[in-house]
Design a protein around this ligand. Sequence first.
Ligand code: CP
Length: 303
Amino acid sequence: MKHLLGIDELSAADIERYLDRAQFYADGLADESWDRKTLVGKIVLILFFEPSTRTLTSFDFAAKRLGAHVVNWNPETSSLSKGESFMDTIRTFNAMEPDAIIIRHSEYGAPKFVAGRVNCPVINGGDSWREHPTQALLDALAMRQTFGALKGLNVSIIGDIAHSRVAASNIVLLTKMGANVRVIAPDMLMPEKMPAQGVEKFSDLEAGLKDANVVMTIRPQKERMDHVLIDDTAYFRDYGLTYDKLEWASKDAIVMDPGPFLRNVQIAEDLADDKGRFVYDTQVANGIPTRMAVLDMLINGKA
Ligand code: CP
């Protein structure tokens, strides 16, 4: 039984296979030629214990584009409120025999815990600050679509590196694929230990952006901070991306953000509305073919 619990467990060849399949579905969606029946008769169970706009909805779209049924479970209206344990909740769902489970949870390693207790593939839709593998895959797809390859790309990630699972999965994926990764953050948002070797750390934005082909902004993840010491105005002054600061990067640099993004905190209003430079919409659109690829490959045993 294969799962997708993190980028950490994938080889460069595995990542290429997921990206190739995601591009196959992106092309199929563009010309309406994809096989709509690869998941007919399958039931995908979505278990999100944290809020989501993009990931939850695009998994739902992806499963339905391939003909699957989707059960979207809501913890707030569940029997967890009657004292049923998480473990017994998972046991209960497993007895219903879903064909795949997608889980988002605030607890470190929750998807792995579930994967050890069910008889179907488990896909991590984001756990704690640890990993968000499908976000990193769709981001990599956008970079590959723009620049042709990931190897040798200079990627600068600005913001809350310490608390962001998106930053962690992107760092692991990009270093595995031969990109040069830099992270730029104030001390309080910089982790002591990086999730991969060879990442350069900067506190100065100008130095960290030099020659960057991709500039990725990451929101301060206030929901995961014990004490919120970030002042939005000061953050925007020092780390918020504007056209002027983007001049420090390579001329062809694109700007990315996994969303949700905060205008005039992470990124200036005018830059956020520049769809030529800020490729957020491409990232969101890539979420569907990427998650189609993951569902198809795991449920149909192609991973
Ligand atoms: N990028 C991302 O994970 O967004 P959501 O939290 O809205 O799913």
